[in-house]
Design a protein around this ligand. Structure first.
Ligand code: C5P
Length: 218
């Protein structure tokens, strides 16, 4: 790991889950811990980058020297990311963004009415933050993540093409949510490369090294 490989480079990272409100006290979220994204933010900062970390609700300390913006919903995350994206050279989307949000958020807490009737939730699709950033005229170098339950390489490659990004990183499961270890599969237009199982902090450094090399290539 070479320190200062990203000296002066601005890197934007999303991490953690999103929280999609149902009413003032309830919502829908997922089990992303944010550990991978926070480790990537820290590794980029150690490599000399100026890092902004847009984080959903997670119980993690802010990495040293990193500018952190806390958000709740996918829409909040998009609103935080979009104005910052053009000024960044790299965008790394590790957040587990909810695919759908409740179509409406009730103004007051939804109450039981005593009849035994259950509420029905209708959903709206959330914006794809990564695809939106990748489509910007001054898009940064975009890196996506993919967690799949089967056919990781195929699904990840399809996702890379669909979102229009140069590099996608597959989580070589089983379920990595909340764990300190992971193994990664890097997929770009050249093919794939595996980063074998290691602590997320170490994988984050390897990934940052890899991205730094890619930025140097013409
Ligand atoms: O489509 P899928 O959720 O599987 O894609 C995962 C990748 O896309 C991750 O990098 C994730 O951070 C990003 N993503 C996003 N906005 C969404 C959905 C996914 O930025 N609404």
């Amino acid at each position: 790991f070479t320190p200062q490989r990203l000296a002066g480079v601005r890197v934007l990272v999303t991490a953690g889950p999103t929280f999609e409100p149902i009413d003032p006290v309830r919502g829908i979220t997922n089990r992303s811990s944010g550990k991978m994204g926070f480790a990537i933010a820290q590794a980029a900062q150690r490599a000399g980058a100026e890092v902004t970390l847009v984080a959903g609700p997670v119980a993690l300390p802010t990495p040293w020297g990193v500018h952190r913006i806390d958000v709740q919903s996918a829409q909040d995350m998009l609103e935080a990311v979009l104005p910052l994206a053009p000024a960044n050279a790299v965008f790394i989307a590790t957040a587990a963004v909810a695919d759908w949000r409740p179509a409406t958020c009730a103004e007051q807490k939804i109450k039981k009415d005593g009849s035994g009737a259950t509420p029905t939730l209708a959903f709206t699709e959330n914006p794809d933050i990564l695809a939106t950033v990748a489509a910007l005229p001054q898009a940064p170098y975009c890196v996506g993540f993919a967690a799949e339950s089967e056919k990781l390489a195929d699904h990840a490659q399809a996702k890379r093409l669909r979102k229009g990004i140069p590099l996608i990183v597959g989580n070589l499961g089983p379920a990595t949510f909340g764990q300190d270890d992971n193994a990664l599969l890097l997929i770009d237009e050249q093919g794939q490369r595996e980063l074998p199982r290691a602590p997320k902090t170490e994988l984050a450094q390897q990934l940052i090294d890899d991205i730094a090399l890619r930025l140097k290539r013409p």
